[in-house]
Design a protein around this ligand. Structure first.
Ligand SMILES: Cc1cc2nc3c(=O)[nH]c(=O)nc-3n(C[C@H](O)[C@H](O)[C@H](O)COP(=O)(O)OP(=O)(O)OC[C@H]3O[C@@H](n4cnc5c(N)ncnc54)[C@H](O)[C@@H]3O)c2cc1C
Length: 596
């Protein structure tokens, strides 16, 4: 069975050395009292919860899956999930970054980010239950009426109730403008909602006493398309005026999907049969309200992928040091053994280092983004809030898609390190690959993320936000440009920065002639910009590692070696990505549809 050791050393490096997070957070009024010891203590305790409570039920949860009782419509999560959730609630973990007004602990998003990384490493399927709830909390916190907040937020904060996000219907996933679920006003301020939702994560289960569904549906007078969608909060059990649970609402699980991975998470078909709900936000503005939840979920998917990359890496390293096969080409490295450990072979190292560089690069970028999000939420300077909000909006599709694409590559490499044993269930490696695959698809496929990045976040404002982010990189290049030791990092960073600028302009020009050019280039483009972000993070980490390289702490030696690997072996894929992005639309559209 795979093991998991929370990477606390690297987390502390990112927090305290790379980001100087405490100094930055202290400038934000709600976090003025935050200190390094508290953050470290939370991460240490959180790490224990992840590795001691969630890891042991990951493989078994995958084997067992969720079970639906078709007569009661109730779902049982795998053995141990309910007990682990009770422990999670008991420990106060759901409240970590929630608003103190509703019983939260008010800690920064950044701390929650690390907690979730550890839980995702330990058990992605389980972590989706609290993850979806936190998204529902955020949407209601941002858009709920005072009554809705008073009714739902304390229970979502404590975790005694969980939440879901009900968007997808059988005929519409990406294009939510097509959705058909209906909401009829009852006359008392509430609505009766009818329709069918599919693929609803954590849609039904036995972990919590109530489930709060956030549902997209159309009002009777709704215009067609995405401008006619409203958001409703629909509890599984209605809530009485005194906050106690009332009668069962007709929103139930009609079936569970049998799927490739995340078996421990119930992916439910949800039938709404005149279920009573209340409107969240403005009529017909449901998508805007839901975007709060969707953006949080997109960052969450990047975090799931980061968690899986880390845990797959850790286990593959242990295996590669233990498994002996063949001799090194340059002669025996373990002459006392009948063969060398496979970690001596260059390609095994390449697979391990790829996963390591993606995990540590992903951790740095995700934490950087979470800190920007804290500033966007809590700075007392409106200009800073706006600038940080824009930057988070830019980085969100990159985190979602680049880190999940990387996780697919990395978990597959780590499975390969195990040879044939990686393909066998009991080692747990094939589960990481299967679990990671969904991250490229849900929350908007990675294609949709790349269209969002290139079309909405970059071209629609003539690259203004990208330029601001690029300016930060240019300043770092300028500062370090004269350091000889940094040349191996600074030169390729500056180079990829220039190439992104040129590529963006070129695609922008082509898009004037034919907007389909955006669709032809977007996926390659996102990967190039993802590498720009990683190169920036890796160059900054390399600088710190160089400064400490004579400290005798092997952490910095390893960090420097991983940075060198990243720049030498991973970043260069941008050359071919830029070529394919530039190849444009014609090779894709030349063939007549009938010839496919
Ligand atoms: C396990 C699982 C859990 C899920 N959890 C939830 C949940 O909790 N709540 C929820 O509401 N939904 C959930 N989903 C649904 C998920 O978000 C959708 O499956 C996803 O958004 C894609 O929608 P679709 O499946 O309808 O594919 P489609 O929208 O039909 O897309 C099919 C293909 O066409 C591509 N495509 C579509 N439009 C374009 C375009 N304009 N340009 C280029 N390519 C395009 C897509 O990228 C995709 O490759 C879940 C799905 C799964 C499998």
């Amino acid at each position: 069975m795979p093991q998991y050791n929370p990477p606390l050393r690297d987390m502390k490096f990112v927090l305290h050395e790379l980001l100087h997070a405490v100094d930055e957070l202290k400038l934000l009024p709600p976090h003025a009292e935050v200190d390094e010891d508290t953050i470290n203590a939370v991460l240490e305790e959180g790490g224990k919860f992840a590795s001691e409570v969630l890891t042991p039920i990951n493989l078994s949860g995958d084997q067992e899956g969720c079970v639906l009782d078709k007569t009661t419509h109730e779902v049982k999560a795998p053995k141990g999930f309910k007990e682990a959730y009770a422990q999670y609630v008991e420990g106060g973990w759901p409240a970590l970054s929630c608003d103190p007004e509703y019983g939260g602990q008010g800690l920064p998003v950044l701390v929650n980010q690390f907690m979730y990384e550890m839980m995702n490493s330990a058990n992605q399927a389980w972590t989706m239950y609290p993850g979806l709830s936190h998204g529902a909390y955020e949407a209601l916190h941002a858009h709920g009426t005072p009554e809705q907040k008073a009714t739902y937020l304390p229970k979502l904060t404590s975790g005694v109730w969980t939440g879901t996000m009900c968007l997808t219907e059988p005929h519409c996933g990406t294009d939510l403008g097509l959705l058909r679920s209906k909401a009829e006003p009852v006359g008392d301020g509430s609505y009766k909602i009818t329709g069918q939702k599919i693929f609803i994560s954590a849609g039904e289960h036995d972990l919590a006493e109530n489930i709060i569904h956030l549902v997209l549906a159309r009002l009777p007078d709704a215009p067609a398309g995405s401008k006619g969608i409203s958001l409703f909060v629909v509890p599984k059990f209605k809530v009485n005026a005194d906050g106690s649970l009332g009668e069962r609402n007709p929103v139930y699980c009609g079936g569970l999907e049998h799927k490739m991975g995340i078996h421990g998470n119930a992916t439910a078909q949800i039938v709404l049969d005149g279920a009573v709900g209340t409107l969240v936000g403005q009529p017909h503005k449901g998508l805007q309200a839901m975007f709060v939840m969707m953006n949080a979920a997109r960052l969450g998917v990047g975090n799931q992928s980061l968690g899986l990359t880390e845990v797959a890496y850790q286990n593959a390293v242990v295996y590669a040091k233990d498994r002996i096969q063949m001799r090194a080409l340059s002669g025996p490295k373990a002459p006392d053994k009948p063969a060398d450990p496979i970690i001596v072979h260059p390609d095994v190292r390449k697979m391990l280092l790829t996963a390591r560089a993606y995990a540590e690069g992903g951790r740095a970028l995700s934490a950087y983004t979470a800190l920007q999000l804290d500033k966007a939420l809590s700075s007392d300077d409106a200009d800073e809030r706006k600038a940080c909000e824009d930057e988070v909006a830019l980085l969100t599709p990159i985190i979602k898609a680049f880190i999940s694409d990387n996780a697919w590559i990395a978990t597959s490499h780590c499975m390969q390190v195990y040879g044939g044993h990686g393909y066998i269930h009991e080692w747990g490696m094939e589960q990481f690959v299967r679990d990671s695959r969904i991250n490229m698809t849900y929350e908007g496929t990675n294609t949709v993320q790349s269209l969002d990045l290139l079309g909405r976040k970059i071209l629609s404002n003539n690259g203004a936000t990208l330029k601001k982010f690029g300016k930060k990189i240019a300043e770092f290049v300028e500062e370090e440009g004269t350091s000889e030791a940094m040349q191996e990092f600074i030169n390729p960073l500056a180079d990829i920065g220039d190439k992104v600028t040129k590529l963006t302009t070129e695609i922008g020009m082509k898009a004037f002639q034919n907007p389909d050019e955006v669709g032809a280039a977007a996926v390659d483009y996102l990967r190039v910009v993802g590498h720009l972000c990683f190169a920036y993070m890796w160059a900054r980490m390399a600088k710190l590692a160089l400064e400490k390289k004579d400290s005798g702490d092997p952490f910095y030696t390893a960090k420097l070696a991983t940075a060198r690997f990243y720049f030498a072996k991973l970043l260069p894929e941008t050359a071919s990505l830029i070529r394919t992005a530039r190849a444009g639309l014609n090779p894709l559209m030349e063939m007549d549809e009938a010839l496919f």
